[in-house]
Design a protein. Structure first.
Lengths: 291, 240, 283
């Protein structure tokens, strides 16, 4: 088994290399956008978004009959964006809390997705095989075309976030002050939502719909233990996300036939716990040395 | 007394509740103005309406032009309770945000912005804490840093929401003398204040609210027993 | 025809139990916690299957509830740390538990006759329901029906007994403490009970759709009611209505029954929300 694990890192199989690159990129971009979402206290929005991608994917398939990644991605992004507006509208325009709005958006959109998915399965036969891989992720099947799409979408989103970095930082930290500075809060929120939806849509290929929330929130949360400045945390989150993605894929490659999503999540979970434990001992040591 | 801000027919409503209704109010230039009144009397709403942070009807003008199109001339210090002090920034980062605007792109700020931020930090006497993460500061230090952020904008009008809430007496005195200094430089300062006892001494101009304008003018006249009764209901006896 | 009625009735009983507990989740701003719970119990399923076999309902109810409570405990533990605010703690906890569950299923899928696709998005749900359609309903239908009925009665009893305690601890922690009601205890009790409801509902509607049944009817009721008693009543009406209409939608489209019921509840919610919003802005 250890041989298999090491074999993964010998990068001798081109398919394995492509999958590894794809997953690392996904981890990097998800971890990065996750930094903003976590600090904005919106990590569960990531969960809601990832569940709400399903109906878009199914509809895109139904309308077009093909499973071209770009098409499915577009469908996913559209329904993902719709769900962010849905959640915002419910929580802002009624006495329902944001927590309830998220749960409603998540479950409503997801149930539409399942309804469509089962409709497809029963009425379109074998043509749709593979749509389910969006539920848990199949990093191993990431193709070159997928990786190119991941790179382009990821880089575009990341660069947008960098361009508006300072305005994002100001808005997330203190919305009213940012508004008084003339920063357009509506635009910044919309930008963050759009980037989140895009990153999540490309991310579910690796971890699937249900577990995506972990890839969004874990890297940033772990980074906070190792830096007190946002700029460093942003970079660390990307790296930790990439690392988690790579390690998780390596493990699932070693134990054949396993979906990758859960292993990526477990790696990140272990890193979180380790960070808490290390931090606990560090503070204990510091207080003992009288720092 | 020169006029800086002219407010006409202002109405701030949250759903069915009218938070504030003002027919006419003038805020003077180069003075320290205090906005006082009971809880829920619309004090914060007045500030927020001036900054266009809440929907409102009526007009707020600065020397004839709409204030919302002149945001560069106003600087704001929100209530410090509303913040996540665990946010990963240090004092310098926070104050530097006072230089951000809609045309701030990418990650780095200019050398000039950084210099102005340092000046502002020095004005509030927090220079030796500039690399401290904001969660490690005391209440008074946090308030000073927020004020520094507003000062970094170098705007002529400074709006503060309860700047003296929850801070120690010595910080309060130091901040007050800073405000006097700014006033001498020609800046106009407007703050929501919670303590009637100190209001008489702190402010050149007082606005007394009770969801509407009860009185405005100099401190002694505005805070007369009669006006206070109208605003707070129940008689007032200052023991000192 | 009889089969349809069994399905609708059983689903309605499940939906009623979910709606009842869901009302409290919505009031306590713990809707997403309910979502987290429904995911976190997955490893419990596996443990029970591996140790006791599929037919042992009590074993898997207990096992899943245990994992549910563990996940809540983990969330509370994580929240102690200042870098983990509420949503991060919830997200990390349920995804880790769920991941563990998926891994266990993959490892033991052969032994357990479970297809993880089915478990997770509810086809396990309509495997028994489908079976009702294909075979004679009397052998299998009633079992799920009776379990659902017992669940509902248990829920009603629990809520009736703890009505005052839950009401006060949901409303204000301070008030609760003053009345010698321990809010922590009720926090765990309610959520443990929620785990049980989720586990039993799981068999009928699947892990991921449970949230719809927990939250959507109660939220709809919350929009239009001014008291808890009416909120519970309206949530019941929406729950049953969704089951009835959803079933017909599913037969029309030949899609997952549970999903269709959830979709209908979402549609009812959207209509109610729109009506309420229009009334407020025009009235």
């Amino acid at each position: 088994m250890i041989e298999s694990f090491l074999n993964f890192f010998s990068f001798s199989h081109p398919n394995v290399v492509i999958a590894a690159i794809g997953v690392s990129l996904i981890g990097f971009f998800s971890g990065s956008v996750g930094t903003f979402l976590v600090l904005d206290k919106k990590s569960l929005l990531g969960d809601a978004i990832s569940h709400s991608l399903l109906p878009g994917i199914c509809l895109a398939f139904l309308i077009n009959g093909s499973k071209s990644p770009l098409l499915l991605l577009t469908g996913a992004v559209i329904s993902g964006l719709m769900s962010t507006y849905f959640v915002d509208f419910i929580s802002n325009k009624s006495k329902l809390s944001r927590d309830a709005a998220l749960a409603i958006g998540l479950s409503f959109f997801f149930s539409i997705g399942i309804m469509l998915l089962t409709y497809i399965q029963h009425n379109q036969g074998s043509n749709q095989a593979g749509l389910e891989s969006y539920l848990f992720g199949k990093a191993a099947s990431i193709s070159l075309e997928d990786t190119v799409m991941i790179s382009i979408a990821g880089v575009l989103s990341y660069v947008s976030l960098l361009i508006f970095y300072r305005q994002l930082k100001a808005t997330i930290f203190n919305r009213s002050f940012a508004s008084s500075q003339g920063i357009s809060i509506k635009f910044i929120q919309a930008l963050l939502n759009a980037c989140a939806v895009i990153m999540i849509a490309i991310g579910i290929q690796a971890v699937g719909v249900v577990l995506m929330a972990a890839l969004i929130l874990a890297p940033a949360s772990i980074s906070r233990f190792y830096s007190k400045r946002l700029e460093k945390i942003l970079i660390l989150s990307g790296l930790i996300g990439a690392f988690g993605g790579l390690m998780g894929t390596a493990v699932s490659y070693t134990l054949e036939g396993m979906p990758t999503g859960p292993w990526i999540v477990l790696v990140l979970f272990v890193m979180s716990i380790l960070s808490i434990v290390l931090n606990y001992f560090k503070t204990k040591w510091q207080t003992r040395s009288g720092l | 007394m020169k006029a800086l801000i002219e407010i006409e027919k202002l109405k701030v409503q949250y759903g069915k509740q009218v938070a504030l209704e003002l027919k006419h109010l003038v805020i003077p230039q180069a003075q320290i103005t205090g906005i006082v009144g009971p809880n829920g009397s619309g004090k914060s709403s007045l500030l927020k309406a001036m900054l266009d942070l809440v929907p409102h009807s009526g007009s707020v003008k600065i020397q004839g032009t709409d204030l919302k199109s002149q945001k560069e001339r106003v600087s704001y210090v929100p209530q410090k309770e509303a913040f996540d002090w665990n946010f990963p920034i240090n004092v310098f980062d926070l104050v530097l945000m006072g230089r951000y605007g809609p045309r701030s792109f990418f990650v780095r700020s200019s050398g000039k912005d950084k210099a102005i931020a340092l000046e502002a930090i020095e004005l509030v006497d927090m220079l030796k804490y500039k690399d401290r993460q904001i969660g490690e500061l005391s209440g008074g230090q946090q308030q000073r840093v927020l004020i520094a952020r507003a000062l970094a904008k170098q705007a002529e009008l400074l709006l503060l929401d309860e700047p003296f809430a929850g801070i120690d007496a010595s910080t309060e005195t130091k901040l007050l003398s800073l405000f006097e200094q700014l006033k001498d430089q020609g800046k106009s300062i407007v703050m929501v204040h919670h303590d009637l006892l100190t209001a008489k001494n702190y402010f050149d101009f007082v606005v007394l609210l009770n969801n509407s304008l009860v009185a405005d003018g100099n401190a002694t006249e505005t805070l007369s027993a009669q006006n206070l009764e109208r605003a707070y209901g129940g008689s007032f006896n200052f023991t000192k | 025809m009889a089969d349809s009625i069994w399905i609708i009735v059983t689903a309605s009983l499940i939906a009623l139990s979910c709606a009842l507990v869901g009302n409290y989740l919505v009031l306590r701003n713990q809707a997403m916690l309910g979502d987290a719970l429904s995911h976190a119990i997955l490893p419990g399923l596996l443990f029970a299957f591996l140790l006791f076999g599929m037919q042992n309902t009590i074993a898997y109810v207990l096992s899943c509830s245990l994992f549910g409570v563990l996940s809540i405990a983990l969330i509370d533990l994580l929240k102690q740390h200042r870098y983990f605010n509420d949503d991060v703690a919830i997200g990390l906890s349920f995804t880790s538990f769920f991941a563990l569950g998926v891994i266990l299923i993959s490892l033991f899928a052969g032994k357990v006759h479970l297809d993880y696709d089915h478990v997770l998005y509810g086809e396990i749900a309509y495997v028994p329901i489908d079976v009702w359609i294909l075979e004679s309903g009397s052998q299998i239908g009633p079992r799920s029906f009776w379990i659902a009925l017992i669940l509902l009665i248990t829920c009603l009893l629990f809520i009736a007994v703890s009505y005052r305690f839950l009401l006060i601890s949901s409303f204000s922690e301070e008030l609760a403490k003053m009345q010698k009601i321990n809010p922590r205890l009720w926090h765990y009790l309610l959520l443990s009970f929620c785990s049980i409801v989720v586990v039993v509902s799981f068999e009928s509607v699947g892990a991921i759709l449970v949230v719809s049944f927990l939250i959507i009817p109660s939220s709809t009721a919350y929009l239009i009611s001014k008291s808890l008693k009416y909120m519970i009543l309206y949530s019941f009406i929406v729950a049953v209505g969704s089951c009835v209409l959803g079933y017909f939608l599913a037969t029309l489209l030949n899609s997952s029954i549970a999903a269709s019921m959830a979709v209908v509840s979402g549609i009812i919610f959207t209509l109610t929300f729109t009506a309420s919003y229009l009334r407020k802005s025009l009235g």
